[in-house]
Ligand binder design. Structure first.
Ligand code: GLN
Length: 188
């Protein structure tokens, strides 16, 4: 299993470490030619979705990455990665990759609660630690997508076919179960 980790900005190294600890091979996607190599899955890390969206366009990565995902390549987006995949962003005209039937709400917990930790059930895994950093949540979920976790009444993880998103950062905890779920349940 070879996983390309988008490495333009944000928390990508933590994803690489976690995936490698689970036996996957990783490489960094920094420019257009990086995606010419063989790849079985893509990870979109946390960071700043507006910056990542802009860089994806400037580096001519947006369309090819969207095409890979549309043709069924497994993708895991955390936090800003969730925003990149959302079909709609609440109160915002921007759409980035836009392949997932969800509406993301950015910086959704407000300034005070921008960063916090929680422990909640994740469907198919059980209770896991969740680290939120200026996190979005899923404001609305379409019928093509399925809710996987809820925190404080907000949807914080979902899946749609081979697309998995979390509003929190599993790669910033020592719990490898969401990455394991991605490799074993989504990438299979
Ligand atoms: N607030 C960021 C955004 O809107 C997401 C934060 C994160 O990825 N930790 O892109």
């Amino acid at each position: 299993m070879r996983v390309g980790v988008l490495a333009l900005q944000g928390a990508f190294i933590e994803h690489e470490k976690m995936l490698e600890s689970l036996g996957a091979e990783t490489f960094e996607i920094r420019q257009r030619r990086d995606i010419d190599q063989s790849m079985d899955a893509i990870v979109l890390p946390g960071g700043e979705s507006t910056v990542m969206g802009k860089l994806l366009n400037e580096l001519d990565l947006m369309n090819p990455v969207r095409d890979f995902i549309k043709s069924g390549m497994p993708v895991f987006g955390t936090c800003a990665g969730l925003i990149l995949l959302a079909e709609k962003i609440y109160d915002d005209k921007a759409v980035h990759i836009g392949t997932m039937n969800i509406t993301a709400r950015r910086n959704a917990y407000g300034r005070q609660l921008g960063s916090f930790n929680a422990k909640e059930e994740f469907k198919g895994i059980g209770e896991i630690p969740m680290a939120f950093i200026r996190a979005p949540y899923i404001e609305e979920i379409g019928e093509k997508a399925e809710v996987l976790a809820v925190c404080e009444g907000k949807i914080v993880a979902a899946r749609q076919d081979k697309q998995l998103v979390t509003a929190f950062h599993p790669e910033l905890t020592d719990d490898i179960s969401v990455h394991k779920y991605f490799l074993e349940e989504i990438c299979r």
